[in-house]
Design a protein around this ligand. Structure first.
Ligand code: ADP
Ligand code: MG
Length: 621
């Protein structure tokens, strides 16, 4: 009989299994997939050896779908059925898209979920569905190269992507059947590819000039954690503008008319792009158009590109300023995007920052490479001990306050480990215990969020309402384990509870909770405002009723007393109304009306406190 094996102490009893994880750069113009093999990240080519997959999808009449270069070739002859740059439309509503520009090349059709689709020969296609096709093509490429199905992927998104855009990206991955390990900010991925996360700290500028977009991000690294300090750029500035400027120049030289038909225009643009890319290697290139032949040199190119490059430099300066920094405080500049190959771009960026930018890695691939490194760690391929500091909590954590409201203590997407504290106080005079209700979620009302735990802080010494100081600390460790402690500071009484916030919550639930928080954001704010006013009104009613009963008759004239009584009665009947502004107005009125009364009470209580004491008693305390 074979003996059963027992592992060495400290080593995992499971034989080490390498998992298939990839990083995906889902770009506006081009997309890539990369993986870590034998410790080195590399991008994966298709069967023809091409690493870049053009982010273009063609939908044919018979339902056939083409992705990548094949689809890009269809752009000229069949622009309406060939979707390019769909990243611009991810997670956007019809109105957002209308605002993006009038030159939308596609026919929009409305859908019931608020997200528009594009009318193609293959039916109405949403940006999410088109992105899913691109992701699926990359997934297939990776599965072929890695010889098996993927365990997960890190997908990159621009740092400025909002929640809806991020969600749309995740949805596209889900449609493609890809497990998303994490969405990672593109600039962070680029910094990771250069190993900058291994440094102790520093400020990094990531200059990303692609085909149609320019992004500048200023990151701060502290102990392995990247924080986005500022983002800027121009969503309609990139290599395409370079191409257009060159095409116009060629057109002028060749004496072409201003108005060309779309396919002539396309051909001229293709010639311009080819010339531009060759000029990255050569000092000058030959160009020909409509019987005209000539040359384009680097100097001339520099002149043509100058207005666009200058625009990027202005955005860089602004972003550095927005980050509260000086240009000289930027330690590293990472170059991303195909257009940063242009020598003039590199020179100008070096001049602005006063130091040469990092250009050793292929600027097309650097984002995908960083994502692959991250994916490799997340999927567990790194030896134990190498902890990942870049984890974030998926949903906000907070507690219940008066009126059934949620006060967020740690906001979602905060990097863990993290500890945050906030002070609370009692609502009633002599309140001896406090109910701590720990919640998870983005909504304003407790009833819409998820309850994680409840515990009580007892033995609070009797004090007037608002005098107790209860410090509540939320702490999430590197494994996502939450512990909450509450301590009354004057007496030192303390209570704590531990919870595992992600326990039992599937990705889908997280997603649907987030979705609900976007859809209900407005009503939530109103509900919160109403509750806050109701709580305030209740507090005022309680205080004033007690005060009137205690010494109203003594300190107020008959008329003053009556006046306050009426105001109080009004407030009581309004406190349960649905109009928070009305309640707020009445609170204000009652506060005004009771000012004199409050002042008199104050005088009396000071006199009472002083009587029977010598003033020196107080000096000694
Ligand atoms: P995106 O991030 O928008 O997907 P990329 O980062 O792939 O775009 O950049 C595409 C742009 O890079 C195109 O405008 C392309 O012409 C330009 N580009 C690619 N190679 C070169 C090169 N050798 N020299 C100059 N520009 C280049
Ligand atoms: Mg890019």
């Amino acid at each position: 009989m074979a003996l059963l094996q027992i592992s060495e102490p400290g080593l995992s009893p499971e034989p080490h299994q390498h998992r298939r994880a990839v990083g995906i750069d889902l770009g506006t113009t081009n997309s890539l997939v990369a993986t870590v093999r034998s410790g080195t990240p590399e991008t994966l080519p298709d069967k023809q050896g091409r690493h870049l997959l053009p982010s273009v999808v063609h939908y044919g009449k018979g339902g056939e779908i083409q992705v990548g270069s094949a689809a890009r070739r269809r752009l000229v002859e069949n622009p309406l059925d060939t979707l390019a740059s769909v990243k611009r439309y991810m997670g956007r509503g019809v109105e957002d898209i209308a605002r993006l520009g009038s030159e939308l090349p596609y026919q929009l059709v409305d859908s019931d979920n608020g997200m528009p689709s594009f009318q193609t020969a293959g039916g109405a296609i949403s940006p999410v569905a088109a992105s899913a096709e691109i992701l699926e093509a990359l997934e297939q490429r990776a599965e072929l190269a890695l010889d098996g199905s993927l365990d997960g992927a890190v997908i990159t998104v621009p740092a400025y992507f909002d929640d809806a855009q991020r969600q749309a990206t995740k949805d596209a991955a889900t449609l493609a059947g890809i497990k998303v390990l994490r969405l990672l900010n593109e600039p962070t991925a680029a910094a990771i590819a250069y190993g900058l996360d291994q440094q102790d700290q520093g400020v990094i500028a990531v200059y990303d000039l692609g085909g149609g977009t320019f992004d500048i991000s200023i990151l701060r690294l502290t102990r392995g954690v990247f924080e986005v300090l500022a983002t800027g750029g121009d969503s309609a500035l990139g290599g395409d503008d370079f191409d257009r400027a060159i095409a116009e120049w060629i057109g002028r030289q060749a004496g072409l008319p201003d108005a060309l038909d779309p396919s002539q225009q396309r051909m001229l643009l293709e010639a311009a792009r080819a010339a531009k890319e060759q000029l990255t290697e050569q000092q000058q290139v030959d160009v020909a158009a409509a019987g005209w032949r000539g040359t384009l040199g680097r100097e001339q190119l520099g002149e043509l590109l100058k207005p666009y490059i200058d625009k990027t430099l202005r955005a860089c300066k602004k972003a550095v300023r927005d980050a509260g920094l000086e240009i000289g405080q930027v330690d590293n500049i990472v170059m991303v995007g195909g257009s940063t190959r242009t020598p003039r771009v590199r020179e100008q960026v070096a001049q602005l920052f006063g130091k040469p930018p990092l250009v050793d890695l292929d600027p097309d691939r650097v984002v995908a490479l960083g994502a692959a490194i991250q994916a490799d760690i997340l999927v567990g391929n790194k030896p134990d001990g190498e902890i990942l500091l870049l984890d974030v909590i998926p949903l906000s954590l907070g507690l219940e306050t008066m009126g059934g409201l949620t006060e967020k203590i740690i906001h979602r997407n905060t990097t863990i480990p993290v500890a945050k504290a906030q002070e609370f106080t009692t609502f009633k005079d002599g309140q001896a215990a406090m109910a701590i209700h720990v919640l998870q979620g983005e909504r304003e009302l407790v009833s819409d969020n998820r309850s994680l735990a409840r515990f009580e802080l007892r033995d609070i010494p009797p004090m007037v309402a608002g005098a107790a100081k209860v410090r509540v600390v939320f702490q999430v460790d590197a494994d996502g384990l939450l512990s909450v402690t509450a301590k009354e500071l004057t007496s030192g009484v303390e209570a704590r509870v531990e919870v595992k916030p992600s326990y039992g919550l599937s990705d889908e639930e997280v997603t649907s909770m987030l979705k609900a928080s976007y859809t209900h954001a407005k009503e939530d704010m109103q509900a919160r405002a109403l509750k806050e006013q109701q709580v305030e009104a209740d507090r005022m009613i309680e205080d004033l009723t007690a005060a009137l009963a205690a010494d109203g008759r003594e300190l107020l004239s008959e008329e003053e007393y009556h006046c306050l009584e009426v105001a109080l009665k009004d407030l009581r009947s309004l406190a349960s109304s649905e109009d928070h502004r009305l309640i707020a107005r009445h609170i204000e009125m009652v506060a005004k009306a009771s000012e004199t009364f409050a002042a008199r009470r104050m005088d009396v209580s000071i006199k009472k406190a002083l009587s029977g004491h010598h003033l020196t008693d107080f000096d000694e305390q």
